[in-house]
Design a protein. Structure first.
Length: 223
């Protein structure tokens, strides 16, 4: 991960708070990914083995190998816990299917998936997968925005709102196309709070942001 403090002159106490905030943000993103991965497994579980569904998820969301590994491990752990309680273990992908997937190779994976879906299921299932991926992208965007607003609140008085949002996006290495949308969405939410309404008096003091999950902010400040 890049050094998020490389271009910022922050006091040591603020750096520690930011490091804790990064850990909280990463956990929120992981939880969002796992929830949606499990939703996709549930959605297509009757037609696609759960391992395939997880592979589809990680590639549709353009996740790195490390991200895929962590999300897959967490999702499988939750599936295992559920299966242990119900004694209903999901069907594993067959060895022949694994060999077929490996033969197609990573670059042709999505073509392979579409061919499998076309042959085994129907157009409706493909639409489900695409719609589920779109819904997940928006959920991830919302999580990034909430995390960025948390940074604004934590760094009130030390960085401007714009700098705090930029620091978050840099620290989490959010891909450029998503980072731009998250940046403007976060600032739009702040503008709703701080820009004066037509005909109103002076705007409230800038610098402080909203405080999504107050418990997280309080815990980080107390550390």
């Amino acid at each position: 991960m890049k050094n998020p403090f490389s271009s910022r002159d922050l006091p040591e106490a603020s750096r520690r708070r930011v490091e804790l905030a990064i850990a909280v943000a990463q956990e929120r993103l992981l939880a969002t990914h796992v929830d949606h991965a499990l939703n996709l497994i549930q959605l297509v579980g009757d037609q696609v083995p759960f391992e395939n569904a997880l592979a589809i998820y990680t590639r549709l969301l353009r996740l790195s190998d490390d991200e895929s590994r962590v999300i897959t491990t967490r999702a499988l752990a939750i599936l295992g816990e559920r299966a242990a309680k119900t004694e209903a273990w999901p069907e594993l992908i067959t060895q022949a299917e694994m060999e077929e997937a490996e033969e197609n190779g990573r670059r042709n994976f999505m073509k392979y998936v579409r061919q499998r879906l076309r042959g085994r299921v129907n157009d409706e299932l493909r639409r489900w997968v695409e719609l589920a991926a779109a819904r997940t992208e928006i959920a991830i965007l919302d999580t990034h925005v909430e995390n960025a607003l948390n940074f604004v609140d934590l760094l009130d008085g030390e960085l401007s709102m714009q700098e705090a949002v930029e620091l978050y996006l840099e620290a989490l290495e959010v891909r450029e196309s998503l980072a731009e949308v998250a940046y403007y969405t976060a600032l739009t939410k702040l503008s709703d709070q701080y820009l004066p309404k037509p005909g109103a008096g002076a705007a409230p003091r800038p610098g402080a942001g909203t405080a999504p999950p107050e418990a997280d902010v309080a815990a980080i400040r107390a550390s």
